[in-house]
Design a protein. Sequence first.
Length: 689
Amino acid sequence: MAAFDNLYRHRMVRAAAFAPQVSLADPQANAGAILSLAREAHERQAALALFPELALTGYSAEDLHHQSLMLDASEAAAGRIIADSAELMPVIVFGCALRQHGQLFNCALIVHRGRLLGVVPKSYLPNYREFYEKRWFSDASSVIADQISVAGHDAPFGAGLVFEAEDLPGFILHAEVCEDFWAPVPPSTHAALAGASVMVNLSASNATIGKARERAALIDAHSRRTCGAYVFCAAGAGESTNDLAWDGQLLIYEQGMRLAAGERFLNDHARVYADIDIERIEQDRLRLSTFRDAAARAADTLRAFRRVRFTLGAPLDRPVPLEREISRFPFVPDDAGRLDEDCHEAWNIQVQSLAQRLRASGVKRAVIGVSGGLDSTQALIITARAFDRLGRDRADIIAVSMPGLATSGESRARGRALIDGLGATFREIDISPAAERMLADLDHPYARGEPVHDVTFENVQAGLRTDYLFRLANHEDGLVIGTGDLSELALGWCTYGVGDQMSHYNVNAGVAKTLIQHLIAWTARREAFGPEVSAALESILAAEITPELVPAGADGAVQSTEAAIGPYALHDFTLHYAARYGFGPEKIAFLAAAAWSQASRGRWPAHVAGKDRHAFDLDAITRWMTVFARRFYQTSQFKRSAMPNGPKLTSAGALSPRGDWRAPSDASARVWLEAIAALRAELGLPPGG
């Protein structure tokens, strides 16, 4: 049985990149350093150990590469690495100059468990400015035979090689050498289209001012374009400084996300480790039609790639805990600066979208129900700024308070303070009499004096509120602004039809609940509408999330949304990975457990006095995931299929049937629920949830 807390079980791999301190022109010393670091990677249970270009001699050995003695010593050192790798798990990739048929090639050797899997010659040889490689080497186009022998080990030879782990689906490796990556069309572009998920670059790449930024920018873009992971290492200390300097830059990126960056200019071995999500890469490639189209158009080139298969042999029977940082709030950046940028962008997307709809519709006014809660608050401040942008009077925003059978005075006061502070027109319509009349017409027990607060009791109020808003909009030549957010749409936590599921335009449709809290806090911090409104916003943020459709208890406690359907922090986490990447319960639970582990406690976005600053264990994670699966996959799609227009905000996706998410309203959640039940049983947790 594979251990649950094992990243390889969840289709992830640990990669290591090294810039050893080079012993220039001493292949045996360099082989010793490579093996020592490869053993370290083995102890860290890494699947990949990458070393620089010409690592056995040093890139700056220059004309020494034309010395037969040096080439013999280098090949012998390569043979030592192959032999001594027999008991090591990582695929070891290192650089070495090799001869074949009267030519010398700058090569990447791919070695695993005592086997030379293949040899990849450099495709592009720089021969400009400080580079002089054509003096020494032939490029990959000059290869005569597709096999090579290295220290008695025969292996495939050529640029068109990919290396596939048979026991870890999707872990497919490709190697290119330094300048290959700087070419207009790097070999890894076609390798990615041929299935390579992890691309590595053995580089020397000397240091100049700004070059590290350039490398990072190129790797960022290339990992996005190839929809894959890219591991880069450059030569470091020990290379000759006759005319150049070396920084040993190490970088690991996955689809534009920087997973690791090493310290540069060390006088010792440099190293980085990162955990790469192979399944994430595979899932995104399945979705991207342009990726498939590009593969189809390069079909002849891709068919020429040779696949070399190997068995990684990762340990699955013991824990290999995830070392990668997993954000608890995937819709909310951990970095304060990035969060500020995202809030600014989200704000402007919402404002611009609503402004366009108001302009195009030709209506005079906006009508919005204001409860004093998070969602209607965000919708109201967006509406106010949209009116400002259009040069309209905020008095034409009709903000309606509709107290019902369970509305508290506190929420009414919070809503009124916000409305008055923004200068919108305040209206109050008490829906209690209409609700009581409808309940009586339905012969509901509440109308007979019984304290029955069931779904009918709740939805009578929610439906009446929306009905009043639409009729008021008819009367005032207005547009009903929707307030329901992405998280509520995912869970179906909205009343269908003539209820809060419906509006003329929903500005919050693409905003997760965890993000809305930060958007409101961002507005408050900036005092975008003055200190009085900021104070009102802070008060709203501090309140319990509640629909206020059931009267407060004897102890004064109000109805809690999260007590009923679960923590939004967990639901947003599950939503992100289920809808954006198509991950299943086991993978999401693994990531959530890592995110909420004790070691992750310091990673909050500390910009809101958050309500989710407690850890969730696997029991809670899988229990609430059961609720999510039932509501998202089985019981609420019909509401999303009929949702009104509203802007998409994040690349994580939206749930509009006209956009990111299209699903049948009558699907079953059985596959998900059975998977969660099986996982709980494996973890020794009681059934149910």
